[in-house]
Design a protein around this ligand. Sequence first.
Ligand code: C2O
Ligand code: CU
Length: 444
Amino acid sequence: MRAAPGLARLVPKPYGETPAWCYNGAVPGPEIRVRQGERLRIAVENGLAEETTIHWHGVRVPNAMDGVPHLNQPPIAPGGTFIYEFDAVDAGTFWYHPHQRSFEQVGRGLYGPLIVEEPEPPQVDREVVWVLDDWRLTRAAEISDDFGNGHDISHNGRIGNTVTINGHVQNTLPVRSGERIRLRLINAANARIFGLDFQDLKPTVIALDGQPVIPHAPADGLVALGPAMRVDLILDMTGKPGSRVQVVDRFYRGLEYRLVDLAYDETPLRDSTPDWPIALPANPIPEPDLAGANRHEVIFNGGMMGGIVMAEMGGSMGESRRNGMGGGMMGMMHGQSIWFINGKAAEGHVLDPMLTLERNRSHVIVMTNATAWHHPIHLHGHSFRVISRNGAPTPHREWQDTVLMAPREKVEIAFVADNSGDWMFHCHILEHQAGGMMGVIRVA
Ligand code: C2O
Ligand code: CU
C-alpha cells in the first residue's frame, strides 16, 4: 500500500474533487479482506512529505507490528517502506490508519477497512461495509487546513460539516424487500460520534469492535459509534417494494441529519424474513477471572467546561508540574496539553508506562471520566470486556477495543494481559489524543 496525496470525489458535481491523502489513490484505502487464521503481509510505502506508520486498529498483533512510531517501530520516512506481517487471530470488522500525527493524517483521508471473515460466516443475502467519515470542507470542497487548533483540542474535537460513506456523500442504498444484509459500520471520523436511527427497521447488533456479542437490539434504538468503533448489524429489509426509509444520525441533539435513504426495489426478494441463525462464533480471547483480577484506577480529566474545570484541573495540573510532565499552564494556554490521564498529559509517543500489568494475569481497569465531554478510550493489543457502567453490570459484557465514555461516567473493563509489550492507551478523538489524552500500558 502506498500513502500519498491524491484526489477524492467526496461531494458530487458541480463541486470538484477534493485534494486528500490516500492509500493506493483512494479514500477509503483498499478493503483488506482475509479469512480468520490467515497471515497478512503488507508493504507500506510512504509517498507523503512527512513520516507515517499504519496501526491495525483492533487487531491483536505482536507489539512490533502495532504501528506506533517510536514505541513499536521507527516512523516510515518519506520515500521509505515498512513491511507489516501478522496473523488475523480474530474474525471481525477492523480498520487501519496512521498513528503519526493522526489528527491530520486520518483527517485528510488515510484509513481503510480490514475485514477478517469467520470460517463459516452467518448466511446473509449481502454484506455491506460502510466506512463513515466526517470532513470539514470549505466552500470550494477543499479540506479546511485548521488541523490541531486549540478550540478543537479543548472541546469535542474536529467535528466537520460533510459526512461520507465509503468516501462519498451518499443519497441512496438500493435494497430489496425480504433481503437480509450484514452491515459492517466503521467510524473513521476524527471526532464525530454517530447515533444511527434505522427507523422502521429493527437492526440487530451481532458484533462490537469486531468481537461477537449476544445478538441484541441497540439501546434506545440508536446504533452508537464513537470514533474508531465498529458495529456489525443484521438488517432485515421489512419495508414494502418501492418504498424508502431514511437512516438518520441523531447523536447530537438538535443537529439530526439524514445520512442516507434505503430505497426498495419494485421487486421483492422474498415475502418473509429469513430464519437463518445470526449468532457469531466466539474469537479465541482468554476470559478474565474477575475475582482474582488486579485492579487499577484511571482518571481522565481536563478540557474546557467553564469555571468548574479550572478548579478541578488545579489538582492534575499541579501534579503534572511536580512530575515534570505535561505542558503545565503555558501548554494549556496554547491548547496543546489540556487533557490528562492520571494527572499527566502526553507529549508525543515516547512515554514511560502509566501502568505495568503482570503478563497473563487478569486485570480490571476502573476508568472515571471526570470531564464534561465524551471520550472513546482505546487500548492497543487487547480486547477487553466492558463489565460495568456507573456501578451497574453491563447487560452483554461486550468485548471492545474502544469504549465510549459519557461525561462523568465510570466504566470498568476487564481482560487478560496476554500480549507483551508497550501499548498505547488513548482517547480516539484524535484532537484529544494530540492534546495529551494518551498514555502507555506495559504488559510484562
Ligand atoms: Cu485507532 Cu491508537 O488507534
Ligand atoms: Cu477524548
